[in-house]
Design a protein around this ligand. Structure first.
Ligand code: SF4
Ligand code: FES
Length: 249
């Protein structure tokens, strides 16, 4: 496959960015999207140009580092798939692909396709943890949890913190990300000790970081590679209302 790539190039956080067109040739349909970018970068390095900076780590859909917007869609055209697990067979010979970083004020571009997602870390630090002393690992059946509850908690814990939900949202809202963390902790007994304090501090931190509000568009759910349901946002809202109506926080 021969492709034309329109890639966002930006030298630093404060530099003015812009799209630059590159031709890449002999791309295998079996390459991953990131391997295709590796091919581009090898050709750029060979001719003395700066390679395109992009974030990645696991390359197997686990770490959440690799997010880019491909032809206007966070993580590209294939549903439930991170950019690192997207294969070039999703595209056609002769295609033109536009590749750009997440766009959100709370995720400033550091270089080319790399954004600073440390705002997510600060939201987690504000409340997305359990601070009770749990002691040693208990027997598996010491705390009985109904199977449907444990599965719902595990489904929410599948969030990889990639930020695609923010990139897809016209409000740059972090609600789907926060709601996944809040739901998985609120559903389990270990997380209930701090459930009301948690939801308030995490939402306050998201506001301070510059993320927007949720207006129920559903774009976040549509692009989430881990199928985190938007119903989690309703759960988060219920948790928040209970928190502000009680002194128990
Ligand atoms: S909710 Fe989905 S899209 Fe948002 S950070 Fe988590 S895994 Fe990524
Ligand atoms: S590189 Fe880890 S999820 Fe894509």
């Amino acid at each position: 496959m021969n492709l034309t790539l329109n890639v966002w190039r930006q030298a630093s956080r404060d530099a003015r960015g812009g799209f630059v067109a590159y031709d890449v040739k002999a791309v295998s349909p079996d390459m991953s999207f990131l391997e295709m970018l590796d091919v581009l970068n090898e050709s750029l390095i060979a001719r003395g140009d700066d390679p395109v900076a992009f974030d990645h780590d696991c390359r197997e859909g686990i770490c959440g580092a690799c997010g880019v917007v491909i032809n206007g869609r966070a993580h590209g055209p294939q549903a439930r798939t991170t950019a690192c697990q997207l294969h070039m067979r999703s595209f056609k010979d002769g295609d033109t692909l536009t590749i750009e970083p997440w766009r959100a004020a709370a995720f400033p571009v550091l270089r080319d396709l790399v954004v600073d997602r440390s705002a997510f870390d600060r939201i987690i630090a504000a409340g997305g943890y359990v601070s009770v002393n749990a002691g040693g690992a208990p027997d598996g059946n010491t705390i009985l949890i109904p199977k449907d509850v444990s599965e719902a908690a595990m489904d929410s814990a599948a969030c990889i913190g990639c930020g695609a939900c923010v990139a897809a949202c016209k409000n740059a809202s972090a609600h789907l990300f926060m709601s996944a963390k809040i739901a998985h902790l609120a559903l389990l007994p270990q997380g209930r000790v701090e459930r009301y304090r948690r939801v308030v501090t995490m939402i306050e931190q998201a506001d301070a970081e510059g993320f927007g509000s949720c207006s129920n568009e559903g774009e976040c759910e549509a692009v989430c590679p881990k199928e985190i349901p938007i119903s989690n946002i309703a759960r988060m809202t219920r948790e928040y209302v209970k928190a502000v109506l009680t002194a128990d926080r």
